[in-house]
Write a protein that binds this ligand. Structure first.
Ligand code: PEP
Ligand code: MG
Length: 755
C-alpha cells in the first residue's frame, strides 16, 4: 500500500501501541517546558522514571576526555572531577565504540576503571548509552541498579531515547563542536576515496545533512503529532512522485531504479516504528529522527552492501520527511558550482541535487553497486565515496577539488594544485572536442588493422552511448545489473521487454547478452550470501544457473522471446569446464525449440574467466560460437588475487608477460578454430592495454562507453608493426612476471601517442 493512501488518524482514534517509557517522557516534557532543565534534572528524571537506583551523565570535552557532568544517586561531589579518557573504563568504551553496554555486573568487567570518588560500589548493574549526534560522540548516559541484572529491552529503548533527546539538548546548547583539536581549519586536506562515477570538478563545499537541533522534542498531544506525521508523509510522497515524473534523464532505467527505491522507502515497517515513538510522547520530528538513528546504527553493522544501500534509501525518505516536518532546512534552490558532501545519499536525493545543478558528489558511506552510484554514472555526475573524516574537516563554502578519476577529494587545495588541475581540465575539454570526430570513423590502426570496439552495458540508460560513441555493438550486456537495481529478477515478460528494448536500440549492431552473473558481491535483497569463505570462488553465476535451472531457463526464454526473429547471441559467465558450457547450451537449445519465431541466428558463447578453460581449448573451441575474455575475474583467478582487495590492486598487471602470453596463445587457437575472440574486462578500455592486446592479435575489444573514443583515437595513431618487436622485447625483459606498463607507456609517449 502506498503511504499516502493511509488516512491520517483523527483525534480520539486509537493510537499505536507504545514501546514503554511514556511516564519518563511525560516528566521530561514537563521539565523541558519549564525552560530551565539542567543535566542534573535529566539524571534525576531518567533514574526515577525508569526506575533505576542511580544515573550518571558524562559529556565529552576537548582532548578525548569524558567528564562527569551530573549524577543521581552517586556522589555529587565527583561532578566535574571524575574524568575518563575515550576508551577507558566502561564509559570510555561506550564512547569509543559508539555502542551501548548492558552489564549485569560492570565492576567485574575486565575493562572496568575504578574511581573512588564516585561511590559506585553497590551498583553492579550498568546500562551505558552513547550520546551521539551526526556521528559524533557528545557524551555517555548510564543508569545503574543495586541488583545484579541486565536492563530489559524496554528499559534499554527508553534510555536510548533519553540519550537521543540529550544529544539534541546538548546540540541546542552549542555543545556539538567538540572536535576542534587535531587540525587547523585552513590547511589543505586530502581524502582518499573510491570512484563511484568518473570525472573531475572544482567547486565549493556544500555539506548537507548536519541537521539543526530539533526545537520541540516531546509532546502532550500524540494524536496531533500523528496527524502532522501523516501530512508530512503525504507531502514527501507527492514530492517524490513529482521528482520521479519530472526530473528523469532519458532512458527507462532510472525509473526502474527509482521505483525500486520507492518500494523500500515507502515500506510500512519503519513508519510503524515512528508512529510508536510518537505514541510514547515524542514529537513527529523527534520520532523520525529516533528511527533514523536506529537505522544508522543497524547500517553500521551490516556488511552486505546491498542491504546497506536499501537502508540508505529509507534514510533518503527520512530526510524528505524531516524537511516536510520543518525539522530540517529545505535544500537551496540552486547549487551550481557546489560539490555536495554527505554521509549517505539515496537515489531520489541524488536526482534532486542534480536538478539543482550540483557539480559533483562525495559520499562517506556508499558502494559502487548502490542506487546513487548507478544514477550518478548515468547522469555523468562525478562521484566518490570517501574515507571518514572529510565531513568533520570540511566547512561550508570551502574550495575543493573532487577528483573522481584519481580517487581523491582535496579540501582547500593549494593554488599550485588548483593550477595543475585547471590545466588538466582545459586539456581534457580540448581533447573531448577532438575525440568527438572519431565517433563516425571506423576503428582502424595506422597500419590498416580493422578493430571492432564494442560497449559494456548494464542499464538501459547506457544505450545512449551506442550513438554517442559510434561503438560497433554491445560486447557485454550485464543482465544482472537491472535485477540488482530493481531488487529482484523480473519475470519472463519483464526480462523480455528489457532485452527487446536493448535489441531495438542496437538496431543492426551486434549484442552479446551475458546470462545472470549474480553472487559474490552482486547479491539480491534477502540473499545474505552463503557464508562462504571465498564467495568469488563460490556458488555463484552460472553455477547457480545450472543448479537452479528454472531461473536460467526463464532468462533464456525471455532472451529468445525478445529476439522476435532477430539474431541472438548469448554468453555464459564463470564457465569452468566444457561440460558446464555444454549443459548451459543444452538448456538454451531446449528453450529455443519451444520459442517462435525462432531467432534468425542463435550463437552461444562463453566468458573466459576461469583459467581451467585454457586447458580445455580444443573441446571448448569445438563447441562455443565465440569467446570473450573477462580479464577482471581471469586476473583474480590467475594470480590468486582478490579483485576487491585494495592492497593487491597494483600488484599484478594485465600488461605483463604471463597475461600477454596467455592472450596471444588464445588468439592463435581461436584463429585456427575460426572462433571469434574478444576481451571485455576493464583492461580492454585502458588505452595502453588495448594497444598491447591489439599488438598480440586481438581485434575485438568491449569496454565502457567513456573508453571507446580515446581507445579509437589511440589505435588510429599506432602502427602495430612497429609496436610488435618493442612489445616482444619488453615481454622478454619482463619474463619474471612483473609489469611492463611503464616502459610501454614511455615508448608510447616517445611516439606521441595519446595514452
Ligand atoms: C570480467 O570478469 O572481466 C567481466 C567482464 O565480468 P564482471 O566484471 O561483470 O565480473
Ligand atoms: Mg566476471
Amino acid at each position: 500500500m502506498k503511504l499516502a493512501d493511509r488516512p491520517p488518524p483523527r483525534r480520539g482514534r486509537k493510537i499505536p501501541k507504545t514501546s514503554g517509557g511514556r511516564q519518563l517522557f511525560v516528566r521530561l516534557r514537563e521539565s523541558l517546558a519549564s525552560g530551565v532543565t539542567s543535566l542534573p534534572d535529566i539524571a534525576d528524571i531518567v533514574a526515577r522514571g525508569l526506575p533505576a537506583d542511580a544515573s550518571v551523565i558524562y559529556v565529552a570535552r576537548a582532548g578525548e576526555v569524558l567528564e562527569l557532568a551530573a549524577t543521581f544517586g552517586l556522589n555529587v561531589s565527583a561532578v566535574g572531577r571524575t574524568r575518563m579518557r575515550i576508551g577507558e573504563g566502561i564509559i570510555g568504551m561506550v564512547a569509543a565504540s559508539g555502542d551501548a553496554l548492558n552489564l549485569a555486573d560492570a565492576q567485574n568487567h575486565p575493562r572496568y576503571a575504578y574511581r573512588p570518588e564516585l561511590g559506585e560500589e553497590g551498583f553492579p548493574a550498568t546500562l551505558a548509552m552513547p550520546v551521539k549526534r551526526a556521528g559524533r560522540i557528545l557524551g555517555v548516559i548510564a543508569v545503574m541498579s543495586r541488583q545484579t541484572r541486565v536492563f530489559t529491552p524496554i528499559e534499554v529503548e527508553a534510555v536510548a531515547t533519553v540519550a537521543m533527546l540529550l544529544a539534541e539538548i546538548l546540540a541546542g546548547a552549542g555543545a556539538t563542536d567538540l572536535s576542534a583539536e587535531g587540525f587547523s581549519d585552513t590547511l589543505p586536506r586530502r581524502y582518499a576515496g573510491h570512484i563511484l562515477s568518473p570525472g573531475i570538478v572544482r567547486g565549493k563545499i556544500l555539506a548537507y545533512g548536519a541537521a539543526p537541533p530539533i526545537a520541540r522534542l516531546l509532546t502532550d498531544d500524540p494524536a496531533a503529532e500523528l496527524a502532522r506525521l501523516e501530512r508530512a508523509v503525504e507531502a514527501a510522497n507527492r514530492a517524490l512522485d513529482g521528482l520521479i515524473a519530472g526530473a528523469l534523464p532519458r532512458g527507462a532505467a532510472p525509473r526502474e531504479v527509482l521505483e525500486a527505491y520507492r518500494m523500500v522507502a515507502q515500506s510500512a515497517g519503519w513508519l510503524t516504528q515512528v508512529r510508536e515513538a510518537i505514541s510514547d510522547g515524542l514529537t513527529a520530528e523527534t520520532a523520525v529522527d529516533k528511527v533514523a538513528r536506529t537505522l544508522r546504527e543497524r547500517m553500521r553493522k551490516i556488511a552486505d552492501p546491498y542491504l546497506r544501500e536499501r537502508l540508505a534509501d529509507i534514510e533518503d525518505m527520512i530526510g524528505r520527511l524531516m524537511v516536510a516536518l520543518g525539522g530540517r532546512p529545505p535544500k537551496p534552490e540552486r547549487a551550481d558550482g557546489y560539490l555536495l558532501l554527505v554521509r549517505r545519499l539515496g537515489p531520489a536525493d541524488l536526482l534532486d541535487w542534480h536538478a539543482r545543478g550540483i557539480g559533483g558528489v562525495a559520499i562517506e558511506e556508499a558502494s559502487g553497486a548502490g542506487h546513487a552510484a548507478i544514477l550518478a554514472r548515468a547522469l555523468g555526475l562525478p562521484a566518490l565515496t570517501l574515507d571518514r573524516g572529510a565531513m568533520e574537516a570540511a566547512h561550508a563554502g570551502d574550495d575543493a577539488l573532487l577528483d573522481a578519476e584519481g580517487g581523491t577529494l582535496i579540501l582547500r587545495p593549494e593554488p599550485e594544485v588548483v593550477q595543475v588541475y585547471e590545466r588538466a581540465l582545459e586539456a581534457r575539454t580540448t581533447r573531448a572536442a577532438a575525440l568527438a570526430m572519431y565517433r563516425d570513423r571506423k576503428a582502424v590502426t595506422r597500419d590498416g588493422t580493422a578493430m571492432t570496439l564494442m560497449l559494456n552495458v548494464g542499464l538501459a540508460m547506457e544505450l545512449d552511448q551506442l550513438e554517442r560513441t559510434g561503438a560497433d555493438g554491445i560486447g557485454l550486456y550485464r543482465t544482472e545489473i537491472t535485477a540488482l537495481a530493481a531488487g529482484g529478477i523480473p519475470d519472463v515478460a519483464g526480462q523480455a521487454a528489457e532485452y527487446g528494448r536493448v535489441l531495438d536500440r542496437a538496431g543492426t549492431k551486434r549484442v552479446q547478452f551475458r546470462t545472470l552473473d549474480l553472487g559474490a558481491d552482486k547479491l539480491l535483497p534477502g540473499e545474505a550470501g552463503q557464508g562462504e569463505e571465498n564467495p568469488a570462488m563460490g556458488w555463484r553465476s552460472l553455477r547457480v544457473g545450472l543448479d537452479r535451472p528454472a531461473i536460467l531457463r526463464r532468462q533464456l526464454r525471455a532472451l529468445l522471446l525478445a529476439a522476435q526473429g532477430r539474431p541472438l547471441s548469448i554468453m555464459f559467465p564463470m564457465v569452468a569446464t566444457v561440460a558446464e558450457f555444454r549443459a548451459a547450451r543444452d538448456l538454451l537449445e531446449a528453450e529455443a525449440a519451444r520459442v517462435r519465431p525462432a531467432p534468425e541466428s542463435l550463437e552461444a558463447g562463453t566468458m573466459l574467466e576461469v583459467p581451467s578453460l585454457l586447458f580445455q581449448l580444443p573441446g571448448l573451441l569445438a563447441e562455443a560460437d565465440f569467446i570473450s575474455v573477462g580479464t577482471n575475474d581471469l586476473m583474480q583467478f590467475l594470480f590468486a588475487a582478490d579483485r576487491g582487495t585494495p592492497e593487491l590492486a597494483d600488484r599484478y598487471d594485465t600488461l605483463s608477460s604471463p597475461v600477454l602470453e596467455l592472450i596471444e596463445r588464445l588468439v592463435v587457437a581461436c584463429e585456427e578454430a575460426g572462433v571469434p575472440l574478444s576481451i571485455c574486462g576493464e583492461a580492454a578500455g585502458r588505452p595502453l592495454d588495448a594497444l598491447a592486446f591489439a599488438a598480440v592479435g586481438v581485434t575485438i575489444l568491449s569496454m565502457s562507453g567513456n573508453a571507446i573514443l580515446p581507445v579509437k583515437a589511440l589505435l588510429a595513431e599506432v602502427d602495430l608493426n612497429a609496436l610488435r618487436p618493442v612489445l616482444r622485447e619488453l615481454r622478454r625483459a619482463g619474463a619474471a612476471g612483473g609489469s611492463i606498463r611503464e616502459p610501454l607507456a614511455a615508448w608510447a609517449r616517445e611516439h606521441n601517442l595519446p595514452v
